[in-house]
Design a protein around this ligand. Sequence first.
Ligand code: HEM
Length: 137
Amino acid sequence: MHNPQAIDHFEIDDQSIALLVRTFYGRARQDELIGPIFNRTVRDWEHHIGKITDFWSSVMLRTSRYDGRPMRPHLMMSLEGEHFDRWLLIFADTARELYSTEVANAFISMSRRIADSFEMAIGTQRGEVRMPRHSKP
Ligand code: HEM
């Protein structure tokens, strides 16, 4: 059956992931809290957007296109909880705009799990024991 509510929504493929990532960074770069972190760290935006598109393609479609180590740069940037909260909010808003609720939720729950793994590793680095704040353990 044709579902009129789904008419504007994208399937998960590399093209829609590229749009998600590009739209996300367009917003994140302008954000007053996390924008400066990106703008002082990322030198080549096309390279960065390509890499993060590969990352989400690997996570959601299992394409293995990304073979990096995502944790490392996040351990070196003094990131706090408020940074992760803002990142996740912008990402969730963007995913919900592009995808159906069900697909957006798949991206959002994955982003929360990864953010929690980063936050917990940052805690470990600082000698703290942290619980996941955004996902169920
Ligand atoms: C506090 C929120 C975050 C900030 C401010 C942030 C910032 C950054 C910056 C500036 C880089 C580029 C590092 C460099 O090129 O030297 C980067 C890389 C990356 N980020 Fe984040 N990030 C955040 C959260 C996340 C989350 C939640 C995810 C995944 C869901 C993620 C995934 C990645 C990946 C895959 C890379 C590429 C790592 C590589 O070089 O292979 N980030 N991030």
